[in-house]
Design a protein around this ligand. Structure first.
Ligand SMILES: *Cc1c(COP(=O)(O)O)cnc(C)c1O
Length: 226
């Protein structure tokens, strides 16, 4: 099916539930992104800075670009001027660097904290205890150039629905737990970024407000051969 048909079908499910769609355009050429844009899509997600920056430069300026992948501190400066949301802030060091670069251009940068929920070695993020301790210790205070809007998670890539449910439940519980704590002024629990093409319906049962969908919109990705 074409991009517009895919998006229409997805929006029919997502919009009534108030869930926003991040179209994950990594590996796809600007022309395909433009196709989704012409069909009304305005939020796009990329997982690499070196792919995000040229696409930002080439495409319409009313696109909201989200960085959804792991971000290295030395690349923060390239996206801070324009990025609409950084999903995967997985350490205090990274948050401090975003704050520092935001301060240089006087821009408050919207962020989500990535929480580790998958039973996979490769996934980045805070764990529950570490995040709660950081809040209690006030580690997120005094970072006026970051706006922490919520949490992000990536569940295990598995066919085992029960496992995905359990991982998403952890994140949902933590999200509500944090909502009931006294948080610093730069931190709110409004957004939950959970769900990819394979598991977004499960995420919708676990309070997600943003789903990150690539293949469900654009079809399979063709990664360049190594
Ligand atoms: C690639 C990617 C997605 C989208 O994956 P699909 O399975 O194509 O929907 C979502 N989230 C992150 C963090 C990704 O890197």
């Amino acid at each position: 099916m074409d991009i517009k048909t895919n998006m229409d079908l997805l929006n029919r499910e997502l919009r009534p539930a108030g869930v926003r769609l991040v179209a994950v355009s990594k590996t796809h050429a600007p022309e395909r992104i433009r196709e989704a844009y012409e069909a009304g899509q305005r939020i796009f997600g990329e997982n690499q800075v070196q792919e995000l920056v040229p696409k930002y430069e080439a495409l319409p300026k009313d696109i909201e670009w989200h960085l959804i992948g792991h971000l290295q501190t030395n690349k923060v400066k390239y996206i801070v001027p324009f990025v609409s949301l950084i999903h995967a802030v997985d350490s205090l060091k990274l948050l401090q660097e975003i704050n520092k670069q935001g301060g240089k251009i006087n821009r408050v940068v919207p962020c989500l904290l990535q929480v580790y929920i998958a039973q996979e070695e490769t996934k980045y993020g805070w764990d529950r205890a570490e995040l709660l301790a950081a809040v209690q210790q006030g580690l997120f205070r005094d970072l006026p150039f970051v706006d922490i809007r919520g949490l992000m998670g990536v569940a295990s890539l598995t066919d085992h629905v029960g496992q995905i449910e359990a991982e998403m439940q952890l994140l949902e519980d933590l999200f509500y737990e944090l909502q009931h704590l006294t948080l610093p002024a730069n931190m709110k629990m409004k957004e939950l970024s959970l769900g990819m093409s394979s598991d977004y319906r499960i995420a919708m049962r676990h309070g997600t407000t943003l789903v990150r969908l690539g293949s469900a919109i654009f079809g399979n990705r063709n990664y360049p051969k190594p």
